[in-house]
Write a protein of this length. Sequence first.
Length: 73
Amino acid sequence: MIQPCRVRSVGASKTAGGRGKDFVLYWMQASQRAGGNHALEFAIDKADELGKPLVAFFGLTEAFPEANQRHYT
């Protein structure tokens, strides 16, 4: 279970039930792991709730603050 204090709405237009959307997007910026990742678990729950597939996205960029080879391994 995800603690409610860890969830923050980013705007009704982006979270309005997924109407007209083909998938739920999980934009991964940090914590690139499957286990113990509360944000990923929340995204999976939302996708299941909406009956949509989940797409995980992680964009590689050398401009990310303090990013190095170890972060992208």
